[in-house]
Design a protein around this ligand. Sequence first.
Ligand code: ZN
Length: 130
Amino acid sequence: MNEKNEDKFVTAVNCMDGRAQLPVINYLKEYFHAGYIDMITEPGPNKILADKSDTILIDSIKKRIEISIDKHGSNLVALVGHCDCAGNPSPKENQIRHIKSGVVMIKKWFQNIHVIGLWVDENWNAQRVC
Ligand SMILES: [Zn+2]
C-alpha cells in the first residue's frame, strides 16, 4: 500500500447519526484511499445546505471544510445523506435532491476540490449518488 495514501485526509459533511459514521469512513477509505476522514457532522446536513436558510450553521460548515482543506490538505469533500434520518426525515428521492443541491453549493465555495454525494442506505451501505 502507498504510504502517502495512508496519510491522506479527506472531508465528510455527514449526519451526526452514529450509524452513518463507519459506512462513510469505510467507503472513503476503500474508494478514495483516504487515511483519515475529517468528519463534520450536523443533523441532516444535506437539508441544512439545500434549505439555504440557516446561514450561521452553513457558515460554520463552510469554515470547518476550509480548515480540513487548508490545514490537512484535503482535496475531496463528500456530502452525505442517509435513510431514517432524524434531521432530514424526507423520503429518499428528496434527500438525494438535497445532496445534489448541497454538492453544487460546496463546489461553488471550493473550486479546486472534488465534491461528491453519498447515500447511506437501509443496510448501512454507502453508495455514490453524484
Ligand atoms: Zn441523520
